[in-house]
Design a protein around this ligand. Structure first.
Ligand code: DBV
Length: 244
């Protein structure tokens, strides 16, 4: 069992239990990709598996799980709400590279005003504070990405794999549970101005992530540029395509 498989299993089990999930289409050829990388003793199979679901409130629930041996494990898991809800995005970027682990976990806000923070950040601050004790701030962080995170952003670079299996896993479960409570309470927005604001905020977020995807280099090395660009724009961050 690879490092992030229990995270994925937990998430999918919980989502299936709590929400009326149906599948979300994954473009043909992108469900699972497998390539051998490296030479000689360093040869390594890298498998990327994709998962996609949707519900009446959530436009796309998707995960990309990269398994390439002990020194390369990634679970990128994002939930994109439908455009008539003001829900934040659920964003988890769980990354293990030869240099160590890199963990980003947040309910990524559409807006930064105090009403929005009261609704979607304050309720999770106690959870954030509880886990931050064991998961200290990870340091260097792209300045331009800051607008896309909340004050409850858990950003940490654990040295020990054991910390990922324990504290990070517990934090992931707690954030996902809290997110599902927000989803349960969410009411559709009818006001057209508000909807316009939501659409703009979602577009900003998705276009930033598609443009700056930190996995672009890795995917391009493994699977080539054509596959990678289609994967990013046609599945991982597909809002523009969805709107077409
Ligand atoms: N990141 C993704 C997707 C991935 C993925 C779809 C499927 O958005 C993996 C794979 N993230 C991934 C990898 C790395 C990171 C790093 C492989 C390591 C890149 C490398 O070192 O070569 C949060 N992820 C990061 C970093 C951040 C995030 C801040 C460090 C990048 C850096 O230091 O430049 N999550 C990421 C992010 C946003 C987010 C930038 C912005 C909104 O939600």
């Amino acid at each position: 069992m690879t490092l992030y498989q229990p995270f994925l299993d937990y998430a999918l089990t919980l989502l299936k239990e709590k929400l009326p999930l149906t599948s979300y289409p994954i473009p043909p050829g992108f469900e699972q990709k497998e390539e051998i990388t490296g030479k000689g003793k360093r040869q390594q199979v890298v498998i990327t598996t994709s998962y996609g679901y949707q519900t009446p409130k959530l436009r796309q629930i998707r995960a990309a799980h990269v398994q390439g041996g002990e020194a390369l494990q990634v679970l990128n898991f994002v939930i994109f709400p439908h455009l008539n809800y003001d829900l934040p995005f659920f964003g988890a970027d769980l990354v293990t590279l030869p240099g160590g682990h890199l963990i980003a976990l947040d309910m990524q806000p559409l807006f930064h005003n105090s009403t929005y923070q009261q609704k979607y950040t304050e309720p999770i601050l106690p959870i954030f504070q509880q886990y931050q004790q064991h998961l200290p701030w990870g340091g260097d962080f792209p300045e331009e990405a800051q607008p896309f995170f909340s004050p409850a952003f858990l950003w940490t670079r654990p040295q020990e794999t054991e910390v990922v299996k324990t504290h990070v896993f517990e934090a992931f479960k707690a954030y996902l549970q809290a997110y599902l409570e927000f989803v349960e309470q969410a009411q559709p927005i009818d006001n057209s101005e508000q909807r316009q604001d939501i659409l703009q905020a979602q577009k900003r977020y998705v276009s930033y992530r598609a443009e700056k995807d930190p996995a672009r280099g890795m995917f391009t090395r493994f699977y080539g540029e054509e596959w990678t660009e289609e994967y990013i724009h046609g599945f991982l961050f597909d809002l523009e395509r969805y709107l077409e």
